[in-house]
Write a protein that binds this ligand. Structure first.
Ligand SMILES: [Zn+2]
Length: 486
């Protein structure tokens, strides 16, 4: 009964939500610069009567929108940042709209709007007498910059009882697994330039320092526990081979299933930077550019999502673009092999695979990282994916961009219904809420301390200019530097 009301509320807004997703897709902006998407989403929420606060966590395009009075409080998140270099038209063949331009290769245009559809439906239910509140947390900069970290530590999730969120994908299922925590570093090495042939003794090579550090990282790799991943690139090595490089820079990542292990390996890495500096007789400066937790799973919420999907059933996508996109992917049997055997033929034969299935990753730690990890340390977090893309489509591909701007909206509406239905159940089912909280406590409870230094400036660290963001509608603003850290 409840789910029926949610389905109707989403269907009533089908055109509005579809147009909005397309509009954001047509204005792709990357991490921390997503003023267009944030403004459009805030506009709809404010018009519907949500109280909106922008600039949360000192992130200009981060916002929290709230509807209803008092407890319980349930919430969802909306991402809306695009990726650089992935410009692509909404058609079945590879063709950028603007060579080298941005594109929604992770479907975050659908992500933000699908979550919006969910909270609008829950707001209708609250109007009809359901007790409690619903919160939409607009979280910028997922692809780079870890926007949620800054919002989480500023208290954006503090009074929320449970969060249900999603990500575009190519099948409908809850996500029950964990993933890796990560620390990122930028290392700048400074030496002394000189003529590489005439006066090498006068020089100290910054590149040598960096290469010694990379050698240390290679040796570390053998002696860290198996799930630890260490990655690096040299972003600047020098300008000319006949000049001893005075400055060199590199980027480093340390990933592990737990924060403790990340921090242990990070300490070792920082010691290695000091060692490299001594060996090459150069100066080394290390800046931590991000630090996030792995996801703490919540199977109770995963099961609730699964049963909502079971009630909704599947949906169909009927568009020649879908068939062209599927064909363009070529052989996707490896991806489809992730599915239980009984579904593989259907996923191989049809453009879209839309039957809801059980989580594919229960009990596993995925080899990826997301800033949703921080949220999952603060509040029970249910996660899911829906079939917004043809079966087997990899994220960050041109096909993902094309589908996110065309046939992906059916999967987005399905996400809106699933999240809306699950949030409504959480509002009305005290037992389910208690169970989700009990599992959260069992897995460690709220024990969150942001790994990022207090004075870390997200814009400076990512190297983007702080946008001058003034939403078109009148909303509350968090004054800069007054993050609520109680
Ligand atoms: Zn994504």
């Amino acid at each position: 009964m409840e789910l029926e009301a949610v389905t109707e509320a989403v269907e009533a807004r089908r055109d509005e939500l579809t147009d909005l997703a397309r509009d954001i897709w047509e204005h792709p902006q990357t991490a921390f610069e997503e003023t267009y998407a944030a403004d459009r989403l805030i506009g709809v929420l404010a018009e519907r009567g949500f109280d909106v606060e922008v600039g949360v966590g000192d992130v200009e395009t981060g916002f929290v929108a709230r509807y209803g009075e008092g407890d319980p409080v349930v919430g969802t998140m909306g991402e809306f940042d695009a990726l650089p270099g992935l410009s692509q038209r909404a058609g079945g063949t590879r063709e950028p709209i603007e060579e080298g331009g941005n594109g929604h290769g992770c479907g975050h245009n659908l992500f933000g709007v699908g979550s919006l559809g969910a909270v609008l439906a829950v707001a209708d239910a609250i109007d009809a007498g359901v007790e409690g509140s619903v919160v939409y947390v607009g979280t910028p900069a997922e692809e780079a910059g870890s926007g949620k970290t800054y919002m989480a530590r500023a208290g954006a999730f503090d009074d929320v009882d449970a969060v249900v969120s999603w990500h575009p994908g190519w099948y409908n299922a809850p996500t029950k697994g964990s993933c890796l925590a990560v620390d990122s570093y930028e290392v700048t090495v400074r030496g002394e330039s000189s003529h590489a042939a005439a006066s090498p003794e006068a020089g100290r090579s910054a590149l040598d320092g960096l290469q010694l550090l990379n050698t240390a990282v290679e040796y570390m790799r053998e002696h860290v526990p198996d799930p630890v991943r260490l990655h690096y690139v040299i972003t600047r090595g020098g300008d000319a081979a006949n000049v001893v490089p005075p400055e060199a820079t590199g980027e480093y990542l340390v990933r592990a299933p737990s924060r403790d292990l990340v921090e242990e390996v990070s300490d070792w890495f920082e010691n290695a930077t000091a060692g490299a500096a001594l060996m090459a007789d150069v100066d080394v400066e290390v800046t931590q550019t991000s630090g996030i937790y792995g996801v703490r799973p919540n199977e109770t919420l995963g099961d609730a999502i699964r049963s909502t999907m079971a009630e909704l059933g599947s949906f169909s996508v009927d568009d020649p673009i879908a068939d062209e996109l599927k064909a363009s992917l070529g052989d996707v049997s490896d991806q489809i092999a992730e599915l239980p055997e009984e579904y593989r033929d259907r996923a191989a034969e049809n453009a879209y695979f839309t039957e809801p299935i059980d989580a594919l990753d229960a009990g596993e730690t995925g080899s990826y990282s997301t800033d949703s990890g921080d949220v999952s340390q603060l509040v029970p977090l249910g996660r899911m994916t829906t079939a917004t893309w043809p079966a087997g489509t990899p994220p960050h591909s041109w096909q993902a961009v094309a589908a996110s701007g065309s046939t992906g909206t059916e999967g987005m509406l399905y996400a809106a219904k699933t999240i809306g239905g699950t949030l409504l159940r959480l509002l009305t089912d005290e037992e389910l809420r208690a169970e989700a909280v009990a599992e959260f406590e069992e897995r460690g409870g709220a024990d969150y301390e942001s790994p990022m230094p207090d004075d870390a400036d997200p814009y400076e660290l990512l190297g983007v200019e702080r946008p001058d963001f003034e939403p078109s509608v009148d909303v509350e603003r968090t004054p800069a530097g007054t993050a609520d850290d109680d």
